[in-house]
Design a protein around this ligand. Structure first.
Ligand SMILES: [Fe+2]
Ligand SMILES: [Fe+2]
Length: 333
């Protein structure tokens, strides 16, 4: 499902925010761009599309795939276990393409054209163009790699048309009070760009993987380190510029946005397990055993730590309803 973006409501909300809560000191403060050497270091300028090559025996780090430690898969034939990893890679690649194209580029495109409604330093508008370019490149090289993996393994990707997070975001968008509808897109971009993905961290180090996969993920990580700083700065502009009412309305939705990004995509995972050769009842058994709620919440809490810290620093948790929503979600004690 396509995300709705830049609704009229979005622009109204942002325009009002611009007038109400302009933090002049912040606007005038020097913006320290991390993109000054972008021409020299951005992967879109410096790295070719990575060739998959013929090396590497595994297509994803097994330790990052909890289903593999389930007794059913521990006893399974090696080719089934290997296929599970290929399908997990496909899931990650498709998720990346959808994230860049549907959740990040629309937001940076808006910012670059001065349509965010925030009074941002001009350098942040310039950098938003660079991020849009980076993200389009990430989606492109991710797509190319997916094609190469398919060609080499002869395993066809079996994935839902859209990953679960896009549907979850669409529901959150519809659920938001009219006054703040549209803020969800920017908040989700901030959440997704300030988290440290274990995949970006760990896949490049795993020498069991094809060099092309490791290089591609490493390229992505290089650019994302800069994006991370940019989006944490964006939050420092956004939150003080919101009215008290807007903060109180939006805050309780932040945990949902964090879960939308970090919670496993159960539908995609189940399809991948089935496609790898497991029977329906085996897939059901694995899904219910491996994805216990407590484990999921603990994983999301760990992954969300940097983002959570930024929201705390911005003052987002000072409002009781927001704090309660974080507690109820299990993100804070
Ligand atoms: Fe990216
Ligand atoms: Fe990014």
């Amino acid at each position: 499902m396509a995300l709705k973006f830049a609704s009229t409501a979005h622009q109204t909300v942002l325009a009002r925010r611009h007038q109400n809560r302009l933090d002049q000191a912040l606007v005038e403060a020097d913006y320290r761009s991390r993109f000054r050497n972008w021409e020299r270091v951005a992967t879109v300028r410096n790295s070719p599309v990575r060739e998959l090559g013929a090396d590497g025996e595994l297509f994803f780090t097994p330790e990052l795939v909890p289903a593999l430690s389930h007794p059913i898969l521990e006893k399974a034939e090696p080719h089934i276990r290997e296929a599970v990893l290929v399908h997990r890679l496909y899931e990650y690649l498709k998720f990346t393409i959808d994230l860049e194209q549907s959740a990040v580029i629309p937001v940076t495109g808006h910012i670059s054209r001065g349509m965010s409604g925030l009074d941002l330093p001009e350098g942040m508008l310039r950098d938003a163009f660079k991020i849009s370019t980076d993200e389009a490149w990430h989606a492109q090289f991710t797509y190319e790699l997916m094609r190469e993996v398919r060609g080499r393994t002869r395993i066809t990707p079996v994935l839902p048309d859209a990953p679960t997070f896009t549907g979850v975001l669409a529901r959150i968008h519809e659920d938001l009070p009219q006054e703040i509808r549209g803020l969800d897109e920017m908040l989700f971009a901030i959440v997704s760009e300030t988290l440290i993905s274990s995949v970006l961290d760990e896949l490049p180090q795993d020498e069991r993987l094809p060099g092309g996969v490791r290089d591609m993920v490493a390229d992505h990580a290089v650019d994302e380190a800069k994006h991370h700083t940019y989006f944490s700065t964006l939050l420092r502009h956004l939150w003080p510029a919101m009215t008290r009412k807007e903060r109180e309305l939006a805050g309780p939705y932040i945990p949902q946005l964090i879960f939308a990004f970090l919670e496993p995509d159960y539908a995609s995972t189940a399809l991948g397990l089935r496609a790898a050769g497991l029977a329906g009842h085996e897939v059901e058994q694995i899904m219910s055993d491996v994805y216990a709620r407590d484990t999921i919440v603990a994983d999301v809490r760990r992954g969300a730590a940097p983002t959570l810290q930024y929201f705390v620093e911005a003052g987002a948790l000072e409002h009781a309803a927001t704090r309660e929503a974080f507690q109820e979600s299990g993100l804070i004690a």
